[in-house]
Design a protein around this ligand. Structure first.
Ligand code: 5RP
Length: 252
């Protein structure tokens, strides 16, 4: 008689869990379904947004999208979009942006964001503030109950002039929240990180919740020397999250 095979012998092993990068790509590809021919697009910065840029480039090459124009949120994105074959423009030529797609460092249930750990927060905020639809794409590790309450950095872009003075002012700003302020430094020589705009980044770390987000935003922006911070409050219109159980979409 032919050998009998048991269920255990024939069943294949479960597929390996999706990597974080695969989750980022899933979220990005879902977001690109919002892109239509002829749109002006804000192109985000980072390891999640790059998947959207490549996907848009592929669709253009295949002729499935035509006439889109991209506005890059950083020099790195500009290079990636050029490589992907996306025609580029800027906010002066296209002051109204149809749709922006970008990643985030933290997202709360109201779709408030922390962005800028990659250092591109100023251009991101200018471009995403000018768009009708802002789709945020994340893997589920970025979801938080309260932004800024994770102990991770809230980036603030400051001008280099007397930056230690500005660091001190930022440090003093939230006395009840155990705020630490550190100039972001890079490389062996630990030189200040320089943004695409020639500025520096100060990372704020909080031991405790710093309370109302809009009030915190106003207090940070009132310090002379501060250019912008990485809290994006009330800007996102759509959130796409990729997790182990699939992709979910939340509209505001
Ligand atoms: C860059 C950003 C990025 O969107 C943010 O840091 C998320 O990056 P990633 O997709 O690589 O996790 O704000 O300034």
């Amino acid at each position: 008689p032919p050998p009998t095979t048991t269920a255990a012998a024939t069943s294949s092993p479960p597929p390996p869990p999706l990597t974080q990068d695969e989750l980022k790509r899933m979220a990005a590809h879902r977001a690109v379904e919002y892109v239509k021919s002829g749109m002006v697009l804000g192109l985000g910065t980072g390891s999640t947004a790059v998947h959207a840029i490549r996907r848009i480039g592929d669709l253009l090459r295949e002729g499935k999208l035509t006439g889109v124009v991209g506005i890059p949120t950083s020099k790195m994105t500009e290079e990636q979009a050029t490589e992907a074959g996306i025609p580029l423009s800027d906010l002066e030529s296209h002051p109204s942006v149809d749709l922006a797609i970008d990643g985030a460092d933290e997202v709360d249930p109201q779709l408030n964001l922390v962005k800028g750990r990659g250092g591109s927060l100023l251009r991101e905020k200018m471009i995403e503030g000018a768009c009708k639809t802002f789709v945020v794409i994340v893997d589920e590790s970025k979801l938080v109950d309260h932004i800024g309450g994770t102990g991770l950095a809230l980036p603030v872009e400051v001008i280099p002039f007397c930056c230690n003075f500005t660091v001190e002012r930022l440090r003093e700003l939230f006395p009840d929240s155990g705020c630490r302020a550190e100039l972001r430094r890079v490389g062996e020589k630990q030189v200040p990180f320089v943004t695409d705009n020639g500025n520096y980044i100060v990372n704020l770390y909080f031991e405790r919740d710093f309370g109302d987000l809009n009030e915190a935003s106003d207090r940070i922006l009132r310090i002379p020397g501060v250019v912008e911070h990485g809290m994006f409050l009330g800007m996102a219109t759509t959130l796409i999250v990729a997790g182990k159980l699939g992709v979910t979409v939340k509209e505001k």
